[in-house]
Ligand binder design. Structure first.
Ligand SMILES: C[S@@+](CC[C@H](N)C(=O)[O-])C[C@H]1O[C@@H](n2cnc3c(N)ncnc32)[C@H](O)[C@@H]1O
Length: 278
């Protein structure tokens, strides 16, 4: 089989639908990863023969993708802020909008040797990225899921980031204060979970999605603990959905924080709340 033949076979094998709008592109993306080459190479080498073992791997991936499994779980990796993170079904696939937390964090006045806390770390994408991007940083990261912590630990070690991990509920078990606290906690209202795309609902961990009745329950609980975790002048960067902001206002006021910035995602939706402890 050649590259072009397998690519065409892949496109024909994938059912076009809401979670899979472009079968041809998706097949090419999977084939490039099976071959371990850039997608552009496929276009430049249509007549290149593909080894039988690689073709078999590609076909097994196609079958999983056709059954609705997210492509990043199939290949086991996902890019975030220019680095490749391992992902398994124990962790949320990092979303491009979460990079906004990194973007906002890097525009804050940098404290010397910042102490970072990431709560609900999942794949570790935020803790690892910030630990590597901020010179002299030390980071602590937590997650309620021990399986997620294992994935995040693996990513930190593979990418050479100094992060201390602990499994537990929010930051209840964390001692000390931090200059930068980041959290992308679950914020999908419980009633909206059944309406999520099947790709998300059936494959990503429920504990990474469900945010209580209005989606802000965990964020509110965490906000009440934030004053003890933030050093004076420290910043908290919290990801939220479009409808969580109102439900958080009372908690922001009670914590006595100053809102310094609202990060908008590419769709113009308020996605990151940046707070400073006076
Ligand atoms: C939306 S995912 C975000 C993962 C990662 N930070 C990212 O941005 O890709 C939320 C994460 O919070 C974790 N989580 C849910 N409830 C938690 C809790 N009570 N305490 C700590 N972590 C929790 C989930 O296991 C999941 O990994």
């Amino acid at each position: 089989m050649t590259v072009a033949e397998l690519s065409a076979e892949g496109a024909a094998a994938l059912p076009v639908g809401p979670g899979l709008p472009n079968a041809r592109r998706e097949a090419r993306w999977l084939l490039a990863r099976a071959l371990g080459c850039p997608e552009a190479w496929l276009l430049a080498h249509p007549d290149e023969p593909v080894a039988e073992a690689t073709a078999a791997l590609f076909r097994s991936w196609l079958a999983r993708r056709a059954a609705g499994e997210p492509a990043h779980y199939i290949v086991g990796t996902c890019p975030f802020w220019g680095r490749i993170f391992a992902v398994t079904p124990a962790v949320l696939i990092p979303r491009p909008e979460t990079e906004l937390i990194v973007e906002c964090a890097l525009t804050l006045p940098p404290p010397g040797r910042p102490r970072i806390l990431d709560v609900g770390t999942g794949s570790g994408c935020l803790a690892v990225t910030l630990a590597l991007e901020l010179p002299g940083a030390t980071a602590v990261a937590t997650d309620v899921s021990p399986e997620a912590v294992a994935v995040a630990r693996r990513n930190a070690s593979a990418l050479g980031a100094e992060v201390r991990f602990a499994a537990g509920n929010l930051a209840a078990h964390v001692r000390g204060t931090f200059d930068l606290v980041v959290a992308n906690l679950p914020y999908v209202p419980d009633a909206e979970i059944p309406g999520l795309a099947v790709e998300i609902r059936a494959h990503e961990p429920h504990v990474a999605l469900a945010g209580g009745e209005d989606g802000a329950a965990l964020l509110r609980t965490f906000m009440a603990d934030l004053p003890r975790l933030l050093a004076p002048g420290g910043h908290a960067l919290l990801e939220m959905g479009p409808r969580q902001r109102a439900g958080l206002q009372a908690a922001v006021t009670a914590a006595g924080f100053v809102e310094v910035h609202r990060g908008l995602d590419h769709a113009g939706i308020e996605r990151v709340l940046v707070l400073r402890k006076a």
